[in-house]
Design a protein around this ligand. Structure first.
Ligand code: SAM
Length: 293
């Protein structure tokens, strides 16, 4: 493919797939399709029904540059600049984690509990600690029109992206972004505290896949010496920010169930539900002060 020349859509798709496959990229066919569709502003249906349509040289060059970035290891959604989460399109930026499908397990775990709270009290106040793109808070707000949420993060870049996502999704009126070191700048009490904190041990970071290690922000990954630093803070300080009958729900690493359950138990929060992700790994723990949700 000569990036200086126009070509047909079908030829561009074939060449993109060939390049990623020969570079040994996992999921080459899928990534090639996403990149070509995005940079040519075409759909899958158009690639099938109209493979001979011409793609201009500018779009060919943009697709070519995107494929080169993918070949050197940049994840496909970082190149696109957005990722789908719980049916929402979320913009990414340098200091936001790419939201993962595993985290949808957390959203699905708390949604019925939030619906019950709304039924009882007419509203639900949510705190999302380490909000990143706003993924968890915004997915919950999109599903429950009566809920309001505060998204807290230590990163200004992440907070700006979360606000942009809230605006794009029409959720800005019910979403507040707050710069805070965990609970440091948080005031008031909440019905639901959710968090997908950094939970990888510092030593493990260098063993992660290149796509994660080199492109997800370190601050979103590094959970300290044993990966549990953030859980200790959240467990210790949740009590003073939780309304009576409230719940705390966290995402965990697949081997952290016992440790995190113990940390919250010692802080006065027995576990009420433990859930696995679609891969069958322990992924979400829900806690309540009275052991009932
Ligand atoms: C694993 S990411 C989760 C992002 C998002 N909630 C999601 O699930 O996609 C953890 C987030 O915690 C934030 N974070 C790290 N340390 C923090 C701290 N001390 N206080 C508040 N947020 C922090 C990071 O900036 C990052 O956005």
């Amino acid at each position: 493919m000569d990036p200086a020349l126009s070509t047909t859509l079908g030829a561009l798709h074939r060449e993109a797939r060939r390049r990623l496959e020969s570079a040994g990229i996992d999921g080459a066919a899928f990534d090639a399709r996403l990149l070509v569709e995005h940079f040519t502003a075409t759909t899958r249906a158009e690639a099938i029904s109209d493979p001979d349509r011409m793609v201009d040289a500018q779009a060919v060059a943009a697709a070519d540059a995107a494929l080169t970035r993918r070949i050197v290891g940049e994840p496909v959604h970082r190149i696109l600049g957005f990722r789908e989460f719980h049916g929402l399109r979320l913009n990414l930026s340098a200091e936001t984690l790419e939201p993962r499908p595993d985290t949808e397990t957390l959203v699905d775990a708390v949604l019925p509990l939030i619906a019950q709270m709304v039924e009882r009290h007419g509203t639900c106040r949510i705190l999302d600690l380490g909000t990143g793109t706003g993924a968890i808070a915004l997915a919950l707000l999109a599903a429950v029109p009566q809920a309001v949420a505060v998204g807290a993060d230590i990163s200004d870049d992440a907070l700006a992206t979360a606000l942009r996502n809230a605006r794009d999704l029409g959720l800005l009126e019910r979403f507040t972004a707050t710069k805070s070191d965990w609970f440091g700048a948080i005031s008031g009490q909440f019905d639901v505290i959710v968090s997908n904190p950094p939970y990888i041990s510092s030593a493990e970071i260098k063993t992660l896949q290149k796509e994660v290690r080199d492109f997800d922000p370190l601050r979103a990954l590094d959970g300290g010496a044993d990966g549990l630093d953030a859980y200790r803070v959240i467990a210790r300080e949740s009590a003073s920010h939780l309304k009576a009958g409230g719940i705390v729900a966290v995402e965990i690493g697949s081997s952290q169930n016992t440790d995190v359950t113990g940390i919250f138990h010692d802080a006065g929060f027995p576990v009420v539900t433990a859930l696995r992700d679609l891969g069958g790994n322990d992924r979400v723990l829900v806690f309540a002060r009275d052991g009932k949700a």
